[in-house]
Write a protein that binds this ligand. Structure first.
Ligand SMILES: *Cc1c(COP(=O)(O)O)cnc(C)c1O
Length: 338
């Protein structure tokens, strides 16, 4: 079925066909079967969910003759790190626009920032208020590249546009194959949502590849903003996918399940109970989550289950979207829990 989709050109970056692994002790502790789709294993330095999106985005950049990619994110952005590394592999230069509290006193060169710099990305620090103008700021960067005789290609926050979301249409097709040999039972695919592209690809993909017809639902746990925001953003990306590639399915607002209420202290800010969930999962089943996305989302799953054991059916497929380099800058917060 997957091969029927009109995939755009892509360059191979992701070690795809990631495993779907049982989490036996976590399943026992939570009272529901939990499987983990290991998209943290799409690579080593070039790993996580952004790599699947970049396969399509960088192919388009190369097809347009670009020599420099520009993107943006939070200071420990996994997306910017993946873009900088993928650009280096494709022979492209990169510029990343990173949000921080005080651009005059940027954070230490650690975690993803270290990798951005190692890959040769030019870093432009911007303030939280300036983040509202991130697209205009990336256009300024593009103008500077053009003025120097270069050819820029701008990737939106998180790689979350229709082209990038092809990466998660492809992942939905993988999940259909992963789940096919397992006994049928009410299942929900759950994952962290930060800019909506992963959600758009998995939600439309689940419909296109027949997962939905087999009783599999898809639910995104937002780690920032709120439900209304993501219903809009995910809906817009799905509409563009359907229209631009004439796909035989569409997603409406009522199809978009965003599990709100787990943002906690805010984007990239942790509560001790979220960090404890990261510790518990690691000790039970040896899988490492990150504090910004997967740990917060999985803590959301645990909290939802505490209220309603049946919230996600009998089986949860948690898509581990990566982010390990964001764990190290949180070491001091984690240490007291260890
Ligand atoms: C970016 C990111 C997400 C969120 O994916 P979106 O497609 O931006 O919603 C989830 N987990 C990790 C580790 C990420 O880096």
């Amino acid at each position: 079925m997957a091969t029927d989709l009109p995939y755009p050109r892509r360059i191979p970056l992701a070690r795809a066909g990631t495993p779907l692994e049982p989490l036996p002790r976590t399943s026992a502790a939570l009272g529901v079967e939990v499987l983990c789709k290991r998209d943290d294993l799409t690579g080593s330095e070039l790993s996580g969910n952004k790599v699947r999106k970049l396969e399509f985005l960088l192919a388009e950049a190369l097809d347009q003759g670009a020599d420099t990619v520009i993107t943006c994110g939070g200071e420990q952005s996994n997306h910017c790190r993946a873009t900088a590394l993928a650009a280096a592999r494709a022979g492209l230069a990169s510029r990343v626009v990173l949000r921080t509290d005080d651009p005059a006193a940027p954070p230490p060169t650690t975690g993803n920032i270290l990798l951005d710099r190692l890959a040769g990305a030019t870093v432009r620090w911007i303030s939280r208020p300036d983040w509202a103008r991130r697209n205009a700021i990336m256009e300024e960067e593009a103008a500077a590249v053009r003025a120097a005789g270069g050819r820029p290609y701008v990737i939106p926050e998180g790689g979350s546009n229709a082209m990038g979301s092809w990466g998660y249409l492809a992942c939905a097709a993988e999940l259909a194959d992963d789940l096919a040999p397992l006994p049928a039972r009410p299942t929900t695919i759950v994952f962290a949502c930060g800019s909506g592209g992963t959600a758009a690809g998995l939600m439309l993909g689940a419909r296109l590849v027949g997962l939905e017809a087999r009783g599999v639902r898809v639910a995104a746990v937002n780690v920032c903003d709120d439900r209304a925001y993501f219903v809009r953003v995910i809906g817009r990306i799905c509409d563009e996918l359907t229209a631009r590639w004439s796909l035989p399915a569409a997603i409406g607002p009522d199809d978009i399940d965003v599990v709100d209420g787990h943002v906690g202290r805010g984007y990239a800010k942790s509560r001790p109970e979220e960090l404890a969930t990261i510790r518990d999962l690691c000790r039970r089943d040896g899988v490492v989550l990150d504090p910004v996305y997967t740990g917060k989302a999985f803590h959301g799953v645990v909290s939802e289950l505490a209220r309603d054991r049946g919230r996600f059916g009998e089986r949860i497929v948690f898509v581990h979207t990566g982010g390990i380099f964001g764990l190290f800058p949180a070491a001091a917060e984690l240490e007291p829990l260890l």
